[in-house]
Every structure is written in structure tokens, then in C-alpha cells.
Design a protein around this ligand. Structure first.
Ligand SMILES: [Zn+2]
Length: 438
């Protein structure tokens, strides 16, 4: 069935179009609109899986402004690019098809000047401009999974909660497919070249690429774990470093004259980020203590994080989760609402808000928050699990079973939510019941 659909797609819409960078004609299943839609569909899940987005309007605007200058100087200036910050101390950067480019706050904080940041964002812009992600998707079996996204969901039951859970699973497959992508050596070589080129064209010293690579090499020795994600998607080979060195040293001196190395704005923004890291250390400590069951001590650490950086939503969401575990739903709700107000896109906040409403018996609010959560992180098991509990509470057994099944499929029977979901399914769908057929 999937194979047939693939063949149809090839016959109907498979066509050749010029690559934006090389101009060479290439087979393309995706129009620009398709590619943008694909990226937009995968972005929320990829963002949540990579630590969520870092919320700081000033820093977000600054990073996006640098990115937009690179996008305008790129070979694909007509694509709407988005440059976003991942909320993780791990050093990472990646791009999704359709112009969604990410850099982690950990990587940002380790950079020494603006030209290094431009090199990094320019490299990722290069992956999008040359359509590297799309090429990989096209030529792998992943395509067949993508073809099914949406098609099956549309035909499923009419219960809103169950549809949200089902949609989550399908989108999760797209995210998994994109997350497992690895660029080839040729892709990396080309993205480095484009990063140097775009940064230079947009006014930065193109030797920022050398600086960036040196920062990564230094990190490889001093904090190898923090760099894992970055080096998995962009292995830093000696060849890449040598190529970048050769390319930038060959540039005529007039190409380097007046180019920006750094700006006071960069130094100020990065200093703020390094300051915020202190609050995040308390947040991490809180998570660690919570993992050991030391809930009261964990609350104290989260409170300290909030004192240092009161506008970071994850701290309020963490506090809400702790209060929920301590069986104080009213306090959990108020912290969750604070987190949601600061960052409406934070999965944990919507989830805890829903779970706390459920615990307090407010099913209407619980449904709204949990449905929102399942949209924010399609495929995470917690939201469908709680939606299942909600439906079961309301006596809607079929809808409950579908939600539990989604939670089970997302995590497996040994998981935190997968296990109780499996138990609930055995309760709702005993082997002799007619629902057994699938
Ligand atoms: Zn790369």
C-alpha cells in the first residue's frame, strides 16, 4: 500500500527542478510549499525533544536578526527562515527542511564573537539552501512513513482527545525520521563552504568559521558530553578544518577589510546568557533531587532558580510538577499557570496544568490543557496517558483506550506512562471483548 502510494506520488508530482545552490536539475518530490509544511509539522516535536525553546525576547530577536541577514545573502532568500534558540546547555545546532534553524544556548554561550555565530547559523542556512534534509528524506524509505502522515489521522474517530493522541503518533514518526538524519561528508563540506560564503557576503569576517571549529575542538577535549549532539549531526573532521582554513586564507585581503568580527550587542547578549546559566544550575539540581525523591529540597532549589531568573517558564513548570507530586494541586496549578503565561509553548507547563486540573476534578480545564500539551509535543507519552485517564473518568471507554494505546506505543510497556497505560488497556479491552480486533 505504502509502496503503491510512493509510486503514484513519483508519477504524479515527481518532477525535476534546479537546486537553489548549484543550479543543477534534480529530482524533487517536494515543492517549496511542501518543504516548508514538512518543516513546520516536524518543528514542534523536534524543539521539545531538544530541550524546548529558550525564551528571552531580546536574545531571540538578536539571534533571528543575525540569521535573517544570512538568509538574505543566501542562495534561497525567498524561503521564510526562522532562527531559534534551544533551551539546553548542550552544544548543538541543526536545521530542518523549510528554513527552521536552531542553535542551543549552550553553544551560544561558548562562542567568542559574532563572526563565529554567523558562521554557525550560515552553515545551517547552507544545509537548507542546498536542500540537504529534503534529499535524504526523498531517497530513504522514510518517505513512505511521511506519505501516511495525515492521511490515516483524518479518517480516525470523532473524539477530539483520541484524534489529538493519534495525530501525535503520526507526527512523532516524522520527527523520528528527521532526527535520525545524518548529513553526508559532501553535505558538510558544502555547508561549511556556504557558511563561509554567506557570512562574508552578509558583512562578517568569514574566518569566524575557523574560530567556531576551534571552539568545538576545545570543547571536544574539555566537555565531550556536552558536544555529543552537535558532533553526531556535524562530525568535525580534520578535513573540514583544513578545508575551512584553506578557503579563508585564500581570500583576497579586500574581502576581509571592514568585516565584522564582533559587536557590543553580541558580548552583552552572551554575558546575559552566561548569567542565566547560574539559575539553570539550580534548576538542574532540582531535577536531580526530584529524581532521588527528595521533593522538599527540590522545591527549594527551584525557588532559588526562580529568584535568580523569575521569567524562565521551565522553573515555574518544574515547581508545579513538584507540587503535584507533593499532592498540593492548588499550588501546582498556580505555578503551572505562571509558567504558561511566560511561555505558552512549554509542554511541561501545559501537561502539569492538565494533570493538576484532573487531580482537582476540573475536567474541562484538564481537557483543554492536555489537548494543548499533546499538540505541543506530539508523540510524548504523558499527555495521551492523562487524556486516557480523563476519558475513562468520564466513562468514554473507547476514547480512553485509544489514548492509552497511543501512550503505550510512544513509550513501550516498561515506561513510566507505558506501563500504567498497558494495565489500563487490559482493563478496558479484556481479550474476550469485541474491541480486540485491530
Ligand atoms: Zn552540518
Amino acid at each position: 500500500m505504502q509502496r503503491a502510494a510512493l509510486v503514484c506520488l513519483l508519477l504524479l508530482t515527481g518532477c525535476f527542478q534546479p537546486n537553489p545552490v548549484t543550479g543543477k536539475s534534480e529530482l524533487s518530490f517536494y515543492s517549496d510549499e511542501d518543504e516548508i509544511a514538512l518543516g513546520a509539522q516536524a518543528a514542534p516535536g523536534m524543539e521539545q525533544e531538544s530541550g524546548g525553546l529558550y525564551k528571552d525576547p531580546e536574545l531571540e530577536a538578536y539571534v533571528d536578526a543575525v540569521g535573517q541577514r544570512l538568509a538574505k545573502s543566501s542562495d534561497r532568500p525567498t524561503i521564510p527562515f526562522h532562527y531559534r534558540i534551544l533551551n539546553t546547555e548542550d552544544a548543538n545546532a541543526f536545521a530542518l527542511p523549510g528554513g527552521f534553524v536552531y542553535i542551543s544556548r549552550g553553544l551560544l554561550a561558548s562562542l567568542e564573537d559574532e563572526s563565529q555565530m554567523a558562521a554557525c547559523l550560515g552553515h545551517e542556512t547552507g544545509h537548507v539552501a542546498a536542500r540537504h534534509g529534503v534529499h535524504h528524506l526523498q531517497y530513504s524509505q522514510i518517505t513512505s512513513v511521511l506519505l501516511n502522515v495525515g492521511a490515516q489521522v483524518a479518517g480516525r474517530g470523532s473524539d477530539e482527545a483520541a484524534i489529538a493522541a493519534g495525530r501525535g503518533l503520526k507526527v512523532a514518526q516524522t520527527v523520528t525520521a528527521l532526527a535520525s538524519l545524518k548529513y553526508s561528508r559532501d553535505d558538510e563540506r558544502q555547508a561549511d563552504h556556504l557558511g563561509i560564503d554567506y557570512a562574508g557576503r552578509a558583512g562578517w569576517d568569514p574566518r569566524g568559521m575557523i574560530g567556531l571549529m576551534k571552539v568545538l575542538q576545545k570543547g571536544e577535549k574539555t566537555q565531550p558530553n556536552a558536544l555529543q549532539a552537535m558532533l553526531r549531526t556535524h562530525p568535525l573532521t580534520t578535513e573540514r578544518v583544513e578545508n575551512a582554513q584553506a578557503e579563508t586564507s585564500d581570500l583576497p585581503p579586500e574581502n576581509l577589510k571592514g568585516k565584522t568580527i564582533s559587536t557590543p550587542e553580541f558580548q552583552r547578549q552572551v554575558a546575559r546568557l552566561r548569567e542565566a546559566e547560574k539559575a539553570y544550575q539550580h534548576h538542574r539540581k532540582s531535577k536531580e533531587l526530584a529524581g532521588q525523591g527528595k521533593l522538599q529540597e527540590a522545591v527549594q532549589e527551584e525557588d532559588e532558580a526562580i529568584r535568580l531568573a523569575p521569567r524562565q517558564a521551565p522553573f515555574h513548570a518544574g515547581r508545579a510538577a513538584l507540587k503535584l507530586r507533593l499532592n498540593v494541586p492548588a499550588e501546582a496549578l498556580s505555578s503551572a499557570h505562571q509558567a504558561e503565561a511566560l511561555d505558552p509553548g512549554l509542554y511541561e507547563a501545559a501537561l502539569v496544568s492538565g494533570a493538576a486540573s484532573l487531580q482537582a476534578g476540573d475536567t474541562g480545564s484538564a481537557r483543554a490543557s492536555l489537548t494543548r500539551a499533546s499538540r505541543l509535543w506530539p508523540g510524548h507519552p504523558a499527555a495521551p496517558y492523562y487524556l486516557g485517564a480523563l476519558c475513562e473518568k468520564e466513562g468514554r471507554r473507547d476514547a480512553a483506550a485509544e489514548c492509552y494505546a497511543a501512550a503505550l506505543q510512544a513509550e513501550g510497556e516498561s515506561g513510566t506512562y507505558g506501563r500504567p497505560a498497558a494495565e489500563a488497556l487490559r482493563r478496558l479491552r479484556p481479550p474476550t471483548a469485541p474491541h480486540r480486533r485491530r
